[in-house]
Design a protein around this ligand. Structure first.
Ligand code: FRU
Length: 540
């Protein structure tokens, strides 16, 4: 009897507690909104102020990026219950200007077919799938289902491609009842990350996804029935790890009417500076097969991979679908981290941010095609006023005057350095704090290489793979003036040089915020010209 009473009270207590939990759950939505307006929102240590990061918990790859009816959609690999990777969902955010983001509820949840791994989204304008209603085209996501039970049981066919559709601008989703649309018949262990485009010349939906050490191309009239077209890439490019998250798209070569297909291919590990990175290929697609441009192929033999970014923290990036024709840009965004240490970086409530959105351009330099990355023009609207700093000749070092209101952790810098008039062998910039922790980026004339140094500091002892001191990339341009455009946002730096042909994206975690930006020169003087520094608005 006594025992039964205790049991009764315990159950009542449990009920009360769970009711309270539910109420708190509800009110926490309210608190979120209130918090959004307070200064503490998106203001934890290291939290980027003008990059996308999830409200809380774990994020990796950008997924399903698509534009529809005035909104840029950004879905992303998301684990809402922890700051480390786990059962994957698709988080969701939208933007009307590529600068400010609104967080929306989770779009896709794991189900009996598995976790929801990376993938893409399209607008099915002609309702080829039949999911549309009353003239409204469906938004369709194409993703990998990853059956964790299958992986644990040691099977090899636990990844396959599936689809879901939305008729309310991506707010709610229905998974296709005959998923998967591409089963893993040949039992390929790594069989994932579908990117779909409408391929106009061949009049079909074209899917590219990674299958171990190559990509597969599949074609479909309706996004439901798929046929294998070809496989490509086994012995081409960098192969230091598994291929993941490909993207393919046609692009006009700048200033001409020539069209080439660009294939982005992320790889982990095997990037030039360790861990995760993204290489690209330029060639043609004939409706069935991708062929590499012969000159591009020649340059590959010299370089073992041509990279979209030479920093350590731009991975799994893909491009937006359905950008209106009158805009015409090829817009890109990547995950600003690296599997070498992504799960242990010292951010507490949230983990990982995305790169700034970039516009890709294809150019022909001599005989070769090269892909340029440029920060989207919209970001200029987010600049605060120009700071009055005008350094010219730097010998040894020059600390930018912070008195002008320049915030070293939230700014954009632009400058040029003339190789003809500079006697220094090395020059660049260093971010510093009072503890002597630093991040450095520069150029070395004698080796014609950019370099960077992410020093070992108290703040980044979390992983032996994090600190580095490395040659980064050979300078591609012959112009005697190097132009730099640099974005710094608390725990990240994005450097664009050589008109976007050499890009470096890196993150850092000093134990205290950087308080100074110093220009430096070694072995002579460096002449900095056209110096501009802008503050950048917090977007949250
Ligand atoms: C790339 C990746 C993808 C996969 C996803 C899982 O970072 O490994 O290949 O779909 O992350 O979260």
């Amino acid at each position: 009897m006594y025992q039964r009473n205790i049991l009764f009270f315990v159950s009542i207590l449990f009920l009360m507690l769970s009711c309270q939990e539910k109420m708190e759950d509800k009110s926490s939505n309210k608190t979120d909104l209130e918090a959004q307006r307070s200064d503490n929102y998106y203001n934890e240590p290291h939290r980027p102020q003008y990059h996308f990061s999830p409200p809380a918990n774990w994020m990796n790859d950008p997924n399903g990026m698509v534009y529809y009816d005035g909104e840029y959609h950004l879905f992303y690999q998301y684990y809402p219950d922890s700051t480390v990777w786990g059962p994957m969902h698709w988080g969701h955010a939208i933007s009307t200007d590529l600068v400010h983001w609104e967080n929306l509820p989770i779009a896709l949840y794991p189900d009996s077919l598995g976790y929801i791994f990376s993938g893409s989204a399209v607008i099915d304008w002609n309702n080829t799938s039949g999911f549309g209603k009353e003239g409204q085209p469906p938004m369709i996501t194409i993703f990998t289902h990853h059956l964790i039970e299958g992986e644990r049981a040691g099977t090899k066919d636990f990844q396959y491609q599936s689809i879901a559709y939305s008729l309310d601008k991506g707010r709610t989703w229905t998974k296709y009842k005959h998923n998967p649309v591409i089963p893993n018949t040949n039992k390929i262990k790594d069989f994932r990350d579908p990117k779909v485009i409408w391929d106009q010349p061949s009049n079909q939906w074209l899917m590219v996804f990674a299958a171990a050490d190559q990509v597969m191309f599949w074609g479909s009239p309706d996004l439901k029935d798929w046929k294998h077209l070809s496989s490509w890439g086994k012995d081409i490019g960098a192969h230091g790890g598994v291929w993941e998250c490909p993207d393919i798209f046609p692009m006009k070569v700048k200033g001409t009417d020539e069209v080439k297909y660009v294939l982005l291919q992320s790889i982990n590990p095997g990037a030039p500076n360790g861990g995760s990175g993204t290489q690209y290929f330029v060639g043609d697609f004939n409706g069935k097969e991708f062929t590499l441009d012969p000159n591009f192929k020649k340059s590959l033999t010299k370089e073992d991979g041509i990279w979209l970014d030479y920093g350590r923290d731009n991975y799994a990036g893909v491009t937006w679908s359905d950008i209106p024709k009158d805009d015409g840009r090829r817009l890109f965004m990547g995950w600003m981290s690296n599997w070498d240490y992504a799960q242990v970086v010292p951010s507490e409530k949230w983990r990982s941010a995305m790169t700034l959105p970039r516009s890709l351009e294809l150019v022909k330099k001599g005989l070769n095609y090269r892909l340029l990355s440029k920060p989207v023009a919209e970001l200029e609207k987010n600049r605060q006023s120009t700071m009055g700093v005008s350094p010219t000749t730097v010998k040894d070092k020059y600390a930018l005057p912070m008195a002008n209101g320049l915030n070293p952790t939230q700014c954009e810098l632009e400058f040029s350095v003339s190789l003809a008039t500079s006697t220094a062998d090395e020059f660049g910039l260093t971010l510093l704090n009072e503890k002597g922790e630093m991040y450095r980026f520069g150029y070395r004339k004698s080796s014609k290489q950019f370099f960077c140094k992410r020093a070992t500091t108290k703040g980044n002892l979390f992983s032996p793979k994090f600190a580095h001191d490395q040659e980064m990339a050979l300078r591609k341009d012959k112009d005697p003036i190097i132009e730099f455009r640099i974005f710094i946002d608390r725990s990240s730096i994005e450097v664009f040089t050589d008109d976007g042909e050499v890009v470096l994206t890196e993150i850092f975690f000093p134990s205290e915020p950087f308080t100074e930006i110093e220009l430096f020169s070694n072995g002579g003087e460096a002449v900095f010209t056209n110096f501009k520094a802008y503050g950048v608005e917090k977007i949250w």
